[in-house]
Design a protein around this ligand. Structure first.
Ligand SMILES: [Zn+2]
Length: 445
């Protein structure tokens, strides 16, 4: 497999899916999607359980946190880093440990670390403001950097705060349940108080927003207009925005703490982040994600520029957010407005899922993020879509000419590398080879 990656894909570094309970970065092809033309033709076997630490958790690192890691049960005792490191070294390839903020329900006592929604119910996600969760993320990275001769780490969190979860979604066309948004746990309440936020007013504000989102989705047009009424709620309850800022600050405090810790252990280790796709779609998330500021604690950023999956996600995003935010416009107008404010030029609403976002999208997003971190140490390595399982089989898929064009746009936009995404078990060899051929053509491999 490493020979294939190196020879066909021009790959010089591996991002090993080391910690996750999700299926996006680890394991085999997602059920219902075509098998790749290599490896075992089998879907993931969930009967033995799924997810956790695919390396080996060394428990001495987790003494100070009640949240303990589990060894992923999927592949017996196989330690993915131990297995791959010597083989990668032999080929001159770097190895990064890639872990993501996706938990499952199997960890004993996980309820204590989970986020709480507006009504105090547990979510599947864990809270950044729970001290044990914070210590867990640091312990995991310490374990990886001290126990393995890796070249760097990547960590990522594909999530929003409560405001984002109420008004928009990248995954759910009908939007999320506005009651089941996070986090309102006691740790978050304490932190808000310490930041001078009136907790009772924040709850009142979110309840008011919840009611309004429900009425918009129920087909009621606010008499003064959708856009105006949203702003009326935000003016009346600025605590909503303060709460959202706190949620995002907590994610960034995690980045910063991991960065500082890793650099203190091994300064030469490269530390970076997977920045999720909402950066392309959501003006709110883009506003919250200041890459210039992030450059203080980022050696590199993997900016998600998945062009095929991006088209269905864009369609989903604008559909989900239309009623609460852009209900005064037609969906076509809302999409056009979205393209204008996000500086994109892509297809219309009906065509979008079938065409994919264009190589120009990859170029614009790369260039914009490169400009954001200009003059800093941070490198931009866009995450390139190679056969990422799209929502529906009839929607846009990867093909060698488009993969080749997108690969070149990553570098024309100023990227100094790219991350072939998401996982090898999704990729077809012809599309992988299109990356390698393009890299060789422009002289970077
Ligand atoms: Zn919380």
């Amino acid at each position: 497999m490493l020979d294939i990656l190196q020879e066909k894909g021009g790959v010089n570094a591996l991002f090993m899916g080391t910690f996750s309970y999700g299926t996006g970065i680890t394991g085999r092809q997602l059920a219902g999607h075509p098998f790749p033309d290599h490896g075992i033709q089998q879907y993931q076997d969930f009967s033995k359980g799924h997810g956790g630490d695919y390396a080996t958790p060394h428990m001495e690192f987790y003494k100070d946190t009640a949240l303990k890691p589990e060894k992923a049960p999927d592949y017996g005792n196989v330690d993915c880093l131990e297995l791959v490191l010597p083989a990668a070294r032999k080929r001159g390839m770097k190895v990064f440990a890639w872990s993501e903020d996706v938990f499952g329900p199997s960890i004993p006592g996980i309820e204590k670390f989970q986020e709480r929604d507006l009504y105090g119910k547990n979510a599947q996600t864990v809270c950044f403001n729970n001290p044990d969760t914070h210590k867990f993320w640091l312990a995991l990275q310490e374990d990886l950097v001290k126990s393995y001769d890796i070249d760097g780490i990547m960590w990522g969190s594909e999530r929003y705060g409560a405001f984002g979860n109420m008004v928009e979604s990248v995954h759910n066309r009908n939007g999320n349940d506005p009651a089941h948004v996070t986090c309102f746990c006691t740790f978050c309440q304490e932190k808000a108080k310490a930041r001078g936020v009136d907790v009772a007013r924040a709850f009142e504000g979110f309840h008011s927003l919840e009611k309004w989102v429900r009425s918009c989705r129920g087909g009621e047009r606010p008499n003064d207009g959708y856009y105006v009424t949203l702003w009326r709620i935000l003016f009346r309850y600025p605590e909503i925005l303060a709460w959202e800022t706190m949620w995002n600050d907590s994610v960034h405090e995690t980045y910063e703490a991991i960065y500082k810790q890793t650099k203190s252990i091994r300064p030469e280790a490269q530390v970076g982040w997977h920045v999720w796709h909402a950066l392309s779609f959501s003006p709110f998330f883009r506003a919250q994600t200041d890459l210039t500021k992030m450059s203080d604690y980022s050696d590199y950023l993997k900016i998600t520029v998945y062009n095929n999956l991006g088209c269905t996600r864009m369609e989903t995003y604008i559909t989900s957010t239309r009623n609460p935010v852009y209900g005064d416009m037609t969906i076509e107008e809302a999409l056009e407005f979205e393209y204008r404010i996000m500086n994109l030029r892509e297809r219309g609403y009906a065509e979008l899922p079938y065409t994919g976002l264009s190589p120009d999208y990859v170029y614009r997003e790369t260039k914009r993020t490169v400009e954001d971190v200009k003059g800093t140490k941070t490198q931009i390595w866009p995450g390139l879509d190679v056969d990422i399982a799209n929502v529906d089989l009839q929607f846009s898929r990867s093909s060698p000419p488009v993969v080749s064009a997108c690969t070149k746009e990553c570098f024309r936009g100023g990227g100094t590398g790219l991350v072939i995404s998401r996982k090898y078990s999704e990729m077809k060899l012809a599309n992988l080879a299109a990356v390698g051929d393009a890299l060789r053509e422009i002289g970077v491999a």
